[in-house]
Unconditional design. Structure first.
Length: 197
């Protein structure tokens, strides 16, 4: 097994154990038996920042956080937005990759499993998408706001669910945030839209 294969296998195993031990995660979308689908790495500046950040977790999220940091050099990192939408500083300190899903490092048509990172003091503007979404915080913290719900600061082990097409936004403070993001249902292969409608 190559170092790349081993890094992804460890991350997939750590997430499998986390989901299995967290009823809210298992209840949201289950956990598919997905096959590896090798992809070329795509580096972004935020990956290097995440790799160097080893704080902000709790015991329950430590193994998963460490496994994710170990594969940052091998992931197909993405950035949904443009400089005009969020600014260059945001793009320098933000990114995500699809670990499991239709285009993930592990292929599944049942669910999308993203790993996402935002640096400190970033504002992620209002956006929405058809797929239902669950955020599970692995490390750090952020203020989450969603239409029709009170704002809440989420910390490691906390969960927030967004309904289909429910506008939501996020703001980080003095800490970055690393999140496991699950998508399910209609719109699984869609993308977020900026705004509230």
């Amino acid at each position: 097994m190559t170092p790349v294969d081993l890094a992804f296998a460890r991350a997939y195993h750590a997430l499998t154990m986390l989901v299995a031990s967290t009823p809210a995660l298992m209840g949201f979308a289950g956990w598919p038996l997905a096959l590896p689908a090798p992809k070329a790495p795509r580096p972004i500046p935020a990956a290097d920042i995440l790799k160097a950040w080893s704080e902000g977790h709790i015991d329950a999220t430590l193994a998963t956080s460490n496994a994710i940091r170990d594969l940052t050099d091998y992931a197909d990192w993405q950035q949904t937005y443009t400089v005009d939408e969020v600014g260059q500083d945001f793009l320098n300190r933000y990114g995500w990759f699809e670990l499991v899903g239709p285009e993930g490092h592990y292929r599944s048509d049942e669910i999308r499993v993203y790993i996402a990172y935002w640096g400190e003091n970033l504002y992620y503007p209002w956006h929405l998408h058809e797929a239902e979404e669950l955020y599970y915080i692995l490390a750090g913290e952020a203020l989450f706001e969603a239409e029709g719900e009170p704002p809440v600061t989420l910390r490691p082990g906390d969960i927030r669910i967004h309904r289909s097409n429910q506008p939501h936004q996020m703001t980080t403070g003095d800490s970055p945030v690393l999140a496991l993001v699950l998508w399910r249902g209609a719109g699984l292969t869609g993308v977020p839209r900026m705004g509230t409608a």
